[in-house]
Design a protein around this ligand. Structure first.
Ligand code: PHB
Ligand code: FE
Length: 321
């Protein structure tokens, strides 16, 4: 249903979702609910909101910070304050409402569109975008309405035009400038020239203009392998409802790991190029990447998994040592 929006002094619309109110000023997003107000730097808020919208609320919980977030129930979504922060729920200061996912996406998209100023790209690394702050000036629909590119066959094989290179405008990111692409040799048997193909995946991925946005590059049954380039910090704290794996392809990401229910710090996992690690199903994690790096994320999309972990039928970690 269309809402009539009040516009504040800085030129931004005020949004409502159930009993939540969303306002922004020059520097902050202010989230109101009947029990209080929580404020987040609007830059962080828009970066987190961009992911929550683009990922369809992702697997499990997407927290914008230690207080505010969403939990995906695949059709409905919980929007919450303090649910994964012991100081809130122990003192009964948490607040949760469940909404239809499509309705919530609609409102979140409208916030993103109205609150993103000209020149600010919520997917870009901080050094590669203008700022989010200030009174309302313009918009940036091109940045927030990006569509993922879908290959028809293996990237670059005959009949597919999605290979990225200088000629089609995908420039090498400044932080991967030193990489020397591999010269790949392919020796197909006669008659299979059109079936066998290879390309340098680093040469492809280092041209990505977005950060912290995994894209599916291989799918086998429920197994989704997702590639992404990372720089600065994951704008959300992710509380997964299943185990996921990270294979660090280049450089380094440090994963800050917190308890899933209380939010208390639990570990710091240092992942260097070639390292692989699993994130358990009972934690929250946020990555930091001081230099742009490449990461493969392996998610299992089986919809039976959240219940199996929540009920304890599956242990929260994948391996017993
Ligand atoms: C994650 O929460 O597991 C995640 C999200 C986005 C990324 C990488 C990892 O780019
Ligand atoms: Fe995650």
């Amino acid at each position: 249903m269309a809402q009539a929006h009040e516009v504040n002094e800085q030129g931004y619309k005020i949004f409502k979702l159930g009993d939540f109110t969303f306002r922004r000023d020059e520097y902050f997003a202010h989230i109101g609910w009947p029990g209080g107000v929580h404020s987040i730097s609007v830059e962080n808020f828009l970066r987190a909101l961009m992911r929550d919208v683009a990922w369809g609320f992702f697997y499990g919980t997407v927290s914008f910070d230690a207080v505010f977030g969403t939990t995906n129930h695949y059709g409905t979504v919980e929007v919450f304050v303090g649910l994964r922060n012991e100081a809130y729920w122990r003192n009964n200061k948490h607040f949760v409402q469940t909404f239809d996912s499509n309705q919530t996406t609609g409102i979140f998209k409208a916030i993103l569109e109205d609150w993103t100023n000209e020149g600010f790209d919520p997917f870009a690394a901080p050094e590669e975008t203008r700022i989010a702050f200030g009174p309302k000036h313009g918009s940036n629909r091109a940045a927030i309405e990006r569509m993922r590119v879908t290959a028809k066959r293996m990237v670059g094989a005959d009949g597919d035009a999605t290979l990225r290179n200088d000629a089609n405008g995908y420039k090498v990111n400044r932080q991967f400038a030193g990489y020397q692409p591999e010269k790949l040799e392919v020796h197909p048997e006669p008659g299979f020239e059109n079936e066998v193909h290879a390309f340098d995946f680093f040469d492809y991925l280092m041209r990505s203009d977005v950060t912290w946005n995994p894209s599916v590059v291989s799918a086998v049954k429920h197994n989704l392998i997702c590639a992404t380039t990372e720089e600065y910090m994951l704008p959300v704290i992710h509380g997964n409802d299943r185990v996921e794996w990270f294979l660090q392809l280049s450089d380094q990401i440090d994963w800050l790991v917190y308890d899933g229910k209380t939010g208390k710090p639990r570990a710091r996992v240092v992942a260097k190029a070639g390292d692989i690690c699993a994130m358990p199903a009972d934690i929250q994690h946020q990555g930091i990447s001081p230099k742009r790096s490449m990461l493969l994320v392996w998610e299992n999309g089986d919809s039976a998994l959240p219940d199996l972990y929540a009920s304890g039928k599956l242990k929260p970690y994948p391996v017993e040592f």
